[in-house]
Design a protein around this ligand. Structure first.
Ligand code: TYD
Length: 198
């Protein structure tokens, strides 16, 4: 299985991806825990181009191409080999992030995002968990964390609100695949909700 975690910046999905991987390993499963942008050596190099620097560093079109290039490398070098070896793959973000983030930056880009996805990726996760929290909460956590990887957080609250709405809309667009998980409460409480949904 390929399982993805999605949500706005600071929603706690990275913690939840790790907890799910721990829970599945405790059940005796062989798990690859990975992330985007990144997850393979080449994609991690592309990641630095995407998450560091000024908010307006790339045009929205260039950004879509870079995310798609990183995802293609991640798929070729990490995800497909792991699935072929019988591993469960848990990824912190996948194609829904491009649909929502690049779609929130410029709504008219969604058709281009979809065409690039069909041409270059063509794979959907078996299950996707969107960790749902209030945008103010996510932004406060992201800013508190600090560091150089703040390019998307630096785009502000209005952007985070459009993202949150975009992720909720995905659950309606892909009802068989995408589950909204209430992200409030302790990490263990949220992890229990994820296991129950899975
Ligand atoms: P991530 O490492 O998940 O950051 P965080 O842990 O803060 O959520 O992702 C880095 C940033 O890249 C994040 O702001 C979301 C953005 N992003 C996109 O805009 N499009 C994409 O396709 C992906 C995978 C990420």
């Amino acid at each position: 299985m390929l399982i993805s975690f999605e949500g706005i910046d600071g929603c706690g999905k990275s913690t939840q991806a790790r907890l799910l991987a721990d829970n599945l390993r405790a059940q005796g499963r062989n798990v690859l825990l990975t992330r985007e942008p990144g997850g393979s050596p080449g994609a991690e190099e592309i990641r630095r181009l995407l998450v560091e620097g000024a908010g307006e560093r790339w045009s929205p079109e260039t950004e879509c191409l870079l995310f798609t290039a990183a995802r293609r490398d991640h798929l070729e070098r990490s995800i497909r080999p792991a699935l072929a070896a019988g591993q469960v793959v848990v990824t912190d973000r996948f194609a829904d992030s491009t649909r929502v983030y690049q779609g929130a930056a410029r709504g008219d880009l969604r058709p281009m995002v979809d065409r690039l996805h069909d041409m270059m990726i063509g794979t959907e996760p078996d299950r996707t968990f969107v960790i749902d929290i209030a945008p103010e909460t996510g932004l406060a956590r992201g800013v508190a964390r600090g560091g150089a990887e703040d390019r998307f957080e630096s785009l502000g609250l209005g952007f985070q609100e459009r993202l949150a709405a975009g992720f909720r809309a995905l659950a309606a667009e892909y009802p068989d695949r995408v589950r909204l998980i209430d992200g409030s409460g302790s990490p263990d409480q949220v992890a229990d909700r994820v296991m129950a949904a899975l």
